[in-house]
Design a protein around this ligand. Sequence first.
Ligand code: PLP
Length: 377
Amino acid sequence: MIYLDNAATTKPSGEVCKAVINGLEVFGNPSSLHRAGLDAELLVTHAREIVAESLGCQAEEIFFTSGATESNNTAIFGAYRSQGKRKKRAVTTTVEHPAVARPFDELERLGCEIVRISPDENGSISAGDILRAVNEDTFLVSCMLVNNETGAVLPVEKAFSMIKKKYPQVITHCDCVQGYMKLPVRTKKLNADMISVSGHKIYGPKGIGALYVRKGLHIPPFMLGGGQERGFRSGTESVPLICGLGAAVEQLKDSIGENLEKMRALDAYLAKRCMENGGISINYAGEKSPYINSISVQGLKSEVLLHFLEEKGIYVSSGSACSKGKKSGVLQEFRIPVQDLDTTLRVSFAVTTTEADIDALADALSIAQQKLQKLRR
Ligand code: PLP
């Protein structure tokens, strides 16, 4: 299998699987006062420290969740419940993942004034555009770091620093799912009050994520119950998944820069192979993460191509996994030409991806293109 759909999910590494099993075997409830409970609590504490170190924050600023969807919902509705009664405006972009976009739709239904910033004619969003949408009546700005469909890197650091200078009370939130452990992400540098991350995009398990909440920011809890996670996120901690997330972060923490270089080379290689094939366009030319590539193969519908590639053991995605074949509104927002929307493939890399994988993809695409030409003759 040649798996090039790593923006949808990644294959857990051997270390991660071992850590998950260890977390199952250390079966105590971290809230229990006896030794079995303490052993489990120690594992959770250790993983929390690893995640905190990876973001350059304190362990007490990290809360484990069931994934980035929960982290985003907690951040957005938490900001609303903390300040949204006094202030009306919340700002986001038109290219967010549904785990941010749908909570913002709900805020709108609740009576908030939502400003959604669109990319310009070149497909880019500027920090100034985000700042200009913020006013005295704004309680929240949420902007993703890396777009999951095109890999576009949004100017979060610059936008949030300008916002914090002019409007220090505005809560800033960043969905860092596709950037975390792939690009350097530091809480202070990003100027984010809250950051969402997910385990399964970084070779960790599914169903685990974390939310960074800056110390001193008061956000009411989203889940009420037994008071775990210092009252912020009730529910018995998933010790095995938390261990898996910790192991995934630990494994990547010293190689972000090295992996990024490797991905840049693969990204350039994919572009070269696409050019050699001809009839393939690279959909996003702005500043992007090399882990994610959106391409369009002229005349070949994404779904057809996806299954053709699947028969050859090559797995990619059409647009994003969440859009399940629906025409992507986000790609339209990035100004990808209408004729290319139906023919878009997302090719996303893992640290294990090789040039040989890309050769296999490009060769298979070439066969598909030749077949199409024959049909047209
Ligand atoms: N945000 C972004 C940018 C994503 O790509 C994803 C997953 O596709 C999510 C949020 C949701 O993450 P999770 O699957 O952990 O809920």
